[in-house]
Design a protein around this ligand. Structure first.
Ligand code: PLP
Ligand code: COI
Length: 339
């Protein structure tokens, strides 16, 4: 991997040496298994293929300034995977099993954790799927929990560089009482049409409104939405968005830094009043939003002066990534050294 150009890595799949697997059979989880194969052998009637019994997570390992490798708030990902599992009636992965599997996956691929200073990280993708064969619609009785890792660069080209997004008016990503608040594959399948529509119109991603009334901002395709106004961090409260761990952390950081935090329904009409806007997530980190285009009215809302990220987004980005890369103290106890 010496020939890997770490600083230019896209957010994509790159083969690493090992992945970790664990099977749930006869009502219990087995031992962790190490595999060097990129493939899985699956029954053709597995419920993940037919009835969408699939959930995943996304977190990162960071090579710090001191050379150590750190995980960020993995317990939150473990809890969210359990919530996703309950949401589509899959076997839950115990927290200790989740921790052991992600730690092992990183440790066995430690040479793929990108060097400090390149901006790249090792993305960890835990996956839980129904593997038991069923034809009637019901939960499987067998599951596979798998963890692979892959070195990645920024999700949006350029990293901490403003992007333009398009409000999605033609499709919904999640129903009001549906599965938008858990991380299941079906939500992402439902987002592909709007993503393509936004990209064909020249935008980086879609911004979803609440599915019921189309009055409130929900979230972006792969990340939560936030805005800044009057020293206040404002982010939507909605039953149909994914509870982002990055957003949760930014709310805590914002409070710590003396900002006010408002988590509430955010009406579309408030857009012109915001001083800054952004997306946040594991993959997106903080991605400032320059323009938001509403195809219904033709309105373009702008948030960046001379294409530059705003001061509060910049401060939050520096603080968050400073903690993640071990450049700053970690007053919240978010990081765990694992090498
Ligand atoms: N919203 C959606 C739809 C996502 O896919 C993600 C990514 O995981 C997020 C928000 C951000 O969540 P997190 O900060 O936990 O990565
Ligand atoms: C993440 O931020 O980890 C995500 O899962 C977003 C996207 C790649 C689906």
């Amino acid at each position: 991997m010496e020939d890997l150009n770490w600083a230019q890595l896209p957010f994509g799949y790159y083969k690493t040496s090992y992945n970790i697997r664990c099977y749930y059979r006869r009502g219990k989880w087995g031992e962790l298994e190490v595999s060097s194969s990129e493939y899985i052998s699956l029954h053709m009637a597995a419920t993940c293929l037919h009835y969408g019994q699939e959930a995943f997570e996304g977190l990162k390992a960071y090579r710090g300034k001191d050379g150590h490798v750190r995980l960020f708030r993995w317990k939150e990902n473990a809890a969210r995977l359990q919530s996703s599992a309950r949401g589509i009636r899959m076997a839950e992965v115990p927290e200790e099993l989740f921790h052991a599997a992600i730690k092992k996956a990183v440790q066995l691929n430690i040479d793929y954790v990108p060097p400090y200073g390149t901006g790249a990280t090792l993305y960890i993708r835990p996956l839980l799927i129904g593997t038991g064969a069923e034809v009637g619609v019901k939960p499987a009785d067998e599951y596979l929990f798998l963890v692979f890792v892959t070195p990645v660069g920024p999700y949006f080209k350029g990293g901490f560089k403003p992007v333009d997004v398009m409000i999605c008016r033609d499709y919904d990503r999640a129903a009001p009482l549906g599965t938008g608040n858990i991380k299941v594959g079906g939500n992402y399948a439902a987002s592909l049409r709007s993503l393509q529509q936004a990209q064909e119109a020249g935008y980086s991603t879609a911004l979803y409104l609440d599915a019921k009334e189309k009055k409130y901002i929900d979230e972006c395709g792969p990340a939560n939405f936030f805005a800044i106004r009057n020293n206040t961090y404002i982010t939507p409260d909605s039953r149909s968005i994914l509870p982002s761990i990055t957003n949760k952390s930014l709310k805590e950081l914002a409070t710590h830094l003396g900002l006010k935090v408002e988590c509430r329904p955010v009406p579309l009409e408030e857009l012109p009043t915001f001083e800054e806007a952004g997306e946040c997530g594991t993959a997106a980190v903080i991605t400032p939003i320059d323009k938001i285009f509403d195809p219904k009215t033709g309105t373009i809302y702008s948030f960046c002066k001379n294409g530059q990220p705003g001061p509060v987004s910049t401060m939050l980005y520096r603080k968050l990534t400073g903690i993640q890369f071990g450049e700053e103290p970690d007053p919240f106890g978010w990081m765990e050294i694992i090498d």
